[in-house]
Design a protein around this ligand. Structure first.
Ligand SMILES: [Zn+2]
Ligand SMILES: [Zn+2]
Ligand SMILES: [Zn+2]
Length: 94
């Protein structure tokens, strides 16, 4: 399983969002989809090979922002108000 060395932004919600893949630490395993030794014409890749990258080998925070990351922003500012509005509408019907 290969690992990445990344640079990213640390968000106010506590998430680290990758902005740049600096380098890859190759595991050298031909049964790893991400390795340079993996056969690009691999036939039964899903059946035989590891499809996932390992945890980042090193994460370098290049920027810190107070804003939430995209997925948290979606949840807290778009999805959650919708859920609350739906709950309020339901409560008002009773
Ligand atoms: Zn690998
Ligand atoms: Zn494969
Ligand atoms: Zn977040």
């Amino acid at each position: 399983m290969c690992n990445l060395i990344t640079e990213g932004t640390s968000h106010g919600c506590g998430h680290y969002v990758i902005t740049k893949r600096v380098d890859k630490v190759d595991c050298g395993n031909p049964r790893c989809k991400h390795s340079n030794r993996h056969d690009p014409n691999c036939r039964d890749c899903f059946g035989t090979c590891s499809q996932y990258l390992g945890p980042d080998r090193s994460e370098t925070v290049t920027q810190r922002v107070k804003d939430f990351c995209d997925s948290c922003h979606q949840y807290y500012f778009i999805r959650k108000p919708q859920i609350l509005a739906e709950q309020r509408a339901k409560a008002a019907q009773r």
